[in-house]
Design a protein. Sequence first.
Length: 728
Amino acid sequence: MSKLVIAEKPMLARDIARAITGKEVSESARLPISGNGYTVCACSGHLLELVKPDAIDPKWGMPWSLDVLPIEVHDWPKEPAVDKKTGESKKPLIDQIAGLLKTCDSVIAAGDPDDEGQLIVDELLDYLGYAGKVERVYVNDNIEKNIVKAFDKLVPNDSCRGAGNAAYARQMADMCFGVNETRLATKRLDGLFTVGRVQTPTLGLVVKRDEAIARHVTRKFYELFASGDSDAGELTFKYLPGKELLAGEKHLFERHTLEALKEKLDGRDLHFETTVSKKQENPPLPYNLTVLLSDMSERFGFTAAETQQITQDLRDKYKAITYNRSDSQYLKEEHREQAPAVLAQAMKNLGVRWPLDYRLHSKAFNDGNVTAHHGIIPQEADIPVSAMEPDEAKVYTAICERYAVQFLPPAVYDVSESTVSVDGGTLKLTAKRLSDAGFTAVFPNISNSRVREDSDTGNPWVPAGSHTLAGISCSITEGETTPPAPYTEGTLITDMASIAKYVKDPEIREILKRKDDGKKGEHGGIGTTATRSSIIEGLKTRGYLEERKGKVRATDKAKAFYALLPPEIRGADVTARWWLIQQDIADGKADVNALQDSVIEVFNHHRETAYVGASIAGAGKTVVGKCPRCGKDVIKTGSIYACSSIKNEKQEDGTWKEVAGCGFKLFGFCTKKFTEKQAASLLDGKAVSLRGCKSKAGKTFDCTVVLQKDGSVEPIFTPRKPTKKGRR
């Protein structure tokens, strides 16, 4: 009897084959692999995608018409997907698996242990009409003995299909939502305006942050400090007003309150109590993708898309790290057993020696907290960092360090807190001193808390006990409130993972948090760790977001459009409402089309009224020149310039696919984006000088570029001596 194991992706398939077929399996072994009664093959993510609307009914094609809305297709059909990177159809892989199905006695579905992993195999078997026995295996790490254990716990796949049905329902709803809302906005506002369940509330985060910055009115606030002598030397206490005095504010804005207190305290003696305690700063957990994207943005200025691509290259080119799109920061106990060998190889690759203690048990090692995936850590692969590109080396080094720090002790601080109650508040003085540097002695740039941020208060150490502050002299200082900081890509991704904190409706907020129960690092978020960077890139490409000096800001077009969006579709509550319906679908309490029906119901509420009589100046269409390929207008959209002949259609995952036009696009050259003036000059046949270009090796250079007749940008230059190495 032969069993066909269908894994979600090739790397997982090889791990499974290594564990169950009795074969030596390399990281590049050709699939399928057979042995011990098993044949192991792999999908490549989703092999199927929803059929485009116009392929179902020609009236839903170009040109778009409001008369045919809403578009709704129950049990939306699927067709072979196209690889987004290569543009190649996935049909040959589907055909290969179809052939394997004819030779097997049963199937074991080995998609990732989540709803998308369930759907990836289910939809393929349904598409191919397979009616034989199907079992389900849940594999959530690449440790061989754990994979063997998982294959001893197979369950009937029919008992698991609810999760896949919920994922299919979300696919159909995302397509339905995007198709209808985008066409309604685009036709009424006379310009391409895309709407998406995740992209729209993400845009809202940036729009609202920019508005808060623009609306900020600087206010003066006041603080009081009380200085005096004590047996520990001269001390200065800070006055902390109580809740009643603050009245919901963060500061005191009335000076007279503090002046009255100053008059009362000046010249007096006060007795105060001091307590001494120890505070411990544990090493931070290993990275998941969200934390990694944020950290690389803060440390190196990498965009989310750049970091995500680097992690993919670290896996594909070097086999250097584990699964890079993980939403978990936790690891299996078996990883701890393997750590000495893995980190010995990592240190050899990096050319370093760290004093690691493998007897330590970090809280990162917790089987119960490992969900569909585990934290991102290095693999036991022999790859000298010198073989990597500079940016790849930075990310790889960071991942290795975040794993290695699990085997170092915590940093310990002695904390002295002195307090005394006064009218309406407390005088407080804190002194901190490092008792044991722990992991910070080895990795001074890695931090897990604010303990270290204010560890050096500059205050003298005050021992525990009762003391007197004698001859008090108070001073009142003046400060000014500051607006919130603009988003970076890192902070935006962090807020996407915890958007619930901005939701005012308590019921919706709790639903979003409940959606992420059990997902460590997710706190009521939108999107997934794997899709957030592409959502941000999409918003940039469509002219909604732009980057200015490392900060992410909303464009005027975005602000105007967001203000016009119907309230019921522009917030994170869309995800919350959908999740509740998906739960019913997963539990068999609702039909798989129920979520799409809900989308149509909401759409019909504003179909006749949304955007009526509204307009957005220019609608994002700035003509910069004529297309070198077909002669039509080239228009600016975000940071790119594209021929107006190009037509796009939205895909099920929220991305857009080009379906017509000459295809001419002008992006930039060697990381430099073209300004409107530069783009216009190139289209006019002129040469343009660029400064600060960067090669693939990370070297900085200046050059002059021209536009060729085929639309490609070519340099004409003699490179100067590189001025920088790496990114920064």
